[in-house]
Design a protein around this ligand. Structure first.
Ligand SMILES: [Ca+2]
Length: 432
């Protein structure tokens, strides 16, 4: 079992018992009364359609990840920000099994979702989609348009599965009148319900709204989704206009790391408010695997996650450190050790292995690398201190202590103003 603890303290520190000390984590410099957006999703409750360890997607650690079940094409994840917050941007860090197509959606009741951003499409095409998905529990994607032999235009329409649905029907709204949608071969979808989640539809000339309805076994509509699409070929070929609804933008850093600037895809500030933010994944980069996401971070203000404290510059970074020297008796000889000291850290000639020492040396505690650590000698009353090389009145230091033994540990933080002077107690605490 590991226990982590963060403490703010000043100047020099002293610890007790066997303890591993890692240097400070990532700190964000933010001035007082700042309105700068920050990560308001970290550590918040998160819900997924499948898979384990969903908390890893909001833990702020880019080395831990969530992975969905590998079977389904459609998966989702949403985070509860705890309050209707002002949203600024979403940051995604994917593993190799990323989503080629996905949507960012908002909700305030966990039931009705509004799609505010769409990347890719549902057909596997690399082309920029032209659809504008309306609010609804069912996400619809329009694939690449194609010209049929008979001169008509058609496109692949796919949608997300709805729990409890036994059939789906496709309709098209034409001049305010609802009609059944038609397939390129003349098939009308209303005649025979289809349970497929993908269908080829013929596109009529002009702008039309296509509607997909999900029915339960009693023939009742559970939910529906809508998509607006043009059947005009000329418009498709010159599709450079600004979309009338929030749509695709190109803020992508690369396929694995993406930032969606919500201020660019949602014009009105009032529309950038939500308590729940969802990512609906509709197309896999690696079809045989689940979706795999290291981080799903939502940035904004007025959530419930507190703004990170500004600890300023890390004054201890790579400064001289010293840990207690322990006199250890081994047979007839004695030796001085200032770190963990185990038999397996020595080679067959009895010499301390350099790689073993490098894993535990005191310098690891101030190297700015959260992956390296100092481990003290395995006895009580151990200490490590750092010399900041100057006197300062406003020094601050954030320490992460990782206790590697499951037992009571008392530690004290102390400071010394000048070499040779007594230490002054700053803080004493006990971990159990
Ligand atoms: Ca993570």
């Amino acid at each position: 079992m590991l226990k982590n603890m963060k403490k703010a303290l000043s100047l020099t520190l002293v610890t007790a018992m066997v303890v591993t000390i890692c240097p400070q984590g990532q700190l964000v410099n933010i001035s007082a009364a700042d309105n700068t957006p920050y990560c308001i999703s970290e550590g918040r409750p998160v819900y997924v359609s499948s898979g384990k360890n969903e908390d890893y997607a909001v833990d702020g650690d880019t080395s831990t990840r969530w992975e969905s079940d590998y079977k389904n094409k459609i998966e989702w994840m949403y985070v509860d920000l705890g309050a209707k917050a002002d949203l600024d941007h979403v940051y995604l860090k994917w593993e190799a099994a990323y989503a080629k197509s996905y949507q960012i959606q908002f909700s305030n009741d966990e039931e009705n979702w509004t799609t505010v951003y769409t990347k890719g499409n549902g057909s596997g095409s690399e082309e920029t989609p032209e659809e504008t998905v309306k609010p609804g529990a069912m996400a619809i994607n329009i694939g690449k348009k194609q010209k049929n032999d008979n001169g008509t235009i058609s496109s692949v329409l796919s949608w997300s599965a709805v729990s409890g649905a036994v059939t789906y029907k496709i309709f098209v709204e034409n001049n305010g009148q609802e009609e059944v949608a038609t397939a390129p071969d003349g098939f009308t979808f209303d005649k025979d319900s289809r349970i497929d989640l993908i269908n080829n539809v013929r596109l009529l000339e002009g702008i039309h709204k296509y509607i997909v309805r999900a029915y339960n076994s009693k023939g009742e509509v559970i939910t529906s989704g809508e998509v607006t699409i043009s059947g005009d070929v000329t418009e498709e070929e010159t599709t450079t206009e600004t979309p009338t609804e929030p749509g695709e933008t190109a803020p992508v850093v690369d396929e694995k790391e993406q930032t969606i600037d919500l201020t660019k895809v949602i014009t009105n500030k009032e529309d950038r408010q939500a308590r729940y933010v969802r990512i609906l994944m509709t197309e896999k980069a690696l079809p045989d695997y689940g979706y795999s996401l290291f981080e799903f971070q939502v940035y904004g203000t007025n959530g419930v996650v507190e703004r990170p404290v500004d600890y300023g510059v890390n004054l201890a970074l790579n400064k001289p450190v010293k840990s207690r020297s322990n006199t250890v008796k081994s047979g007839d000889t004695t030796k001085e050790v200032n770190t963990r000291d185990e038999w397996w850290m020595y080679d067959s000639d009895g010499n301390l292995r350099e790689d073993a020492y490098n894993n535990v040396k005191p310098e690891n505690a101030v190297d700015g690398n959260t992956k390296s650590s100092f481990t003290s000698y395995q006895g009580d009353d151990q200490w490590i201190y750092v010399d900041l090389r100057r006197n300062t009145q406003s020094a601050g230091l954030l320490l992460t202590l990782t206790v590697t033994q499951q037992r009571c540990m008392t530690f004290r933080f102390q400071m010394m103003q000048r070499h040779g002077k007594p230490f002054t107690e700053i803080l004493e605490d006990t971990l159990i």
